[in-house]
Write a protein that binds this ligand. Structure first.
Ligand SMILES: Nc1nc2c(ncn2[C@@H]2O[C@H](COP(=O)(O)OP(=O)(O)OP(=O)(O)O)[C@@H](O)[C@H]2O)c(=O)[nH]1
Ligand SMILES: [Mg+2]
Length: 436
């Protein structure tokens, strides 16, 4: 697979194997997929036991020399390591092999740079790339050239642009500050859009799951939409929101989100905080699992870890064991469903199990938050105080005839607000495609 510039990198992959064999195998498969997803061609592979590495190379000195031979033999132009390198290690390995050396985080960032479509996504990727790059800029000419090779193409040369060839640390810092400011503005715009969505008072759910689990395919099935679905990793980078109608005519708003990965680099979690807000702010989650995947249990754990990291692990969660059409052991599939609360199996590809999932969503919705909008007259300050005390106030707008409050109510608060409750009107419908 060639990248956008028509350049295919020939890659030597260096796998630093963890002790545990299954873990090592999952790691190896994931790295191969990542290289493929970045547009690289695997020319050779070297496996290194995680032992006592030489701090200069991450791997041993002898292994670094072996790597040089492998690069020569396979005519590779890129080395990818399965773990992150310090700037010095990266430089030393480049010196010894004579080709570019990229670590796991850089590889993932490169894939993200290829995929980002929205202005927010692009800003986030550039920010993450620059933050990763900053400590790697030592002021020497060779390092500076690393980010500038955009015109030549190739993995991890899709830096933030060609004009930055001569960029020094100070300028990188300045650019980082500008990017942060621009992102802030985008985030503010999004929060206004979210207000719009909130006025609809429709519950929101976020599709989460390991990359390639079938999240986008599932959203397409449920919403009859056309979100890009693809076998490559990280097909979806920017959150996409669609409205889905359930059995009794009730609606939910579902957001498709970026796929998770084992040990998602921390830079990325931080950079995608705004995107992951879709997850942290959702009323409930749909965790899509590729049940046909050999390592789906590991993938489930990886997703659970990321959810914990972003503080979304306690949300009501529906588990969808997807790709049932590709599962050979149907008995095992049913056992999984039986032992997992709020779960179902289905095929987002064939549609099998769709109705069941819709019913499950309705059930879970019955338990999640009850949000109410009430127009409280200015004379009823006591009620407003009660909202703050026993409910969770989401939004307050001061209107000519009272305070319009959106609040998550408790069973005791709801009847007290009943006479002032506002039903959603068609005027505050928002366009879900644009969120405006
Ligand atoms: N056999 C089978 N394939 C499926 C099913 N659901 C999705 N796929 C395929 O799995 C691949 C990944 O699907 P996506 O919907 O792009 O996965 P995703 O979770 O959105 O992936 P990212 O956006 O990369 O995180 C595509 O090739 C889909 O056609 C299913 O139920 N059965
Ligand atoms: Mg997707």
């Amino acid at each position: 697979m060639a990248n956008e510039k028509g350049v295919t990198d020939r890659v030597v992959l260096v796998l630093i194997d963890p002790e545990e064999e299954r873990e090592a195998e999952a790691n190896a498969r994931e790295m191969r997929l990542l290289i493929d997803s970045a547009g690289g061609l695997l020319a050779d592979e070297m496996r290194v036991r995680r032992g006592r590495p030489d701090p200069r190379y991450l791997i041993g000195k002898g292994q670094a020399e072996e790597l040089f031979l492998s690069v020569q033999d396979s005519q590779a132009d890129l080395v990818v390591l399965s773990e992150d390198l310090t700037p010095t290690q990266q430089r030393n390995l480049e010196e010894i092999t004579g080709v570019r050396v990229v670590d796991r985080t850089q590889l993932i960032l490169d894939i993200f740079a290829q995929r980002a479509r929205t202005s927010e996504g692009k800003l986030q990727v550039e920010l993450a790339q620059l933050q990763y790059l900053l400590p790697r800029l030592t002021g020497k000419g060779t390092e500076l050239s690393r980010i500038g090779g955009g015109s030549a193409g190739g993995i991890a040369t899709r830096g933030p642009g060609e004009t930055k060839l001569e960029m020094d640390r100070r300028r990188v810092r300045r650019r980082i500050a500008t990017l942060k400011r621009e992102l802030q503005e985008v985030v503010q715009r999004r929060s206004i859009q979210k207000r719009g969505r909130r006025q609809l008072m429709i519950p929101t759910g976020a599709l989460v799951g390991y990359t390639s689990a079938g999240k986008s395919t599932l959203l397409n099935l449920l919403a009859g939409s056309d979100v890009e679905a693809h076998p490559r990793l990280f097909a979806t980078l920017d959150p996409t929101t669609r409205r889905v109608t359930l059995a009794q005519g009730e609606s939910v708003i579902l957001s498709d989100t970026v796929g998770f990965l084992r040990n998602l680099p921390h830079h990325l979690i931080a950079a995608f905080r705004a995107t992951l807000e879709e997850v942290t702010e959702a009323d409930f989650l749909i965790h899509v699992v590729d049940a046909s995947h050999e390592f789906f249990e590991e993938q489930r754990k990886a997703v659970a870890e990321v959810l914990r990291e972003i503080g979304a692990h306690n949300k009501p969660t529906i588990t969808v064991f997807n790709k049932s059409d590709a599962v050979s052991n149907q008995y095992e599939l049913r056992r999984l469903v039986a032992e997992t609360p709020d779960s179902c199996y289905m095929s987002a590809l064939t549609g099998e199990g769709k109705e069941h999932l819709l019913r499950l969503i309705s059930q879970v919705l019955g338990r999640v938050r009850k949000e109410v909008a009430a127009l409280i007259p200015y004379s009823r300050g006591d009620l407003l105080a009660l909202c703050h005390k026993s409910g969770r106030v989401l939004q307050v707008d001061y209107m000519p005839n009272g305070v319009l409050v959106h609040v998550e109510v408790t069973p005791e608060l709801k009847p007290k607000l009943a006479q002032f409750e506002q039903k959603p009107t068609s005027e505050n419908q928002v366009d879900l495609k644009t969120g405006c």
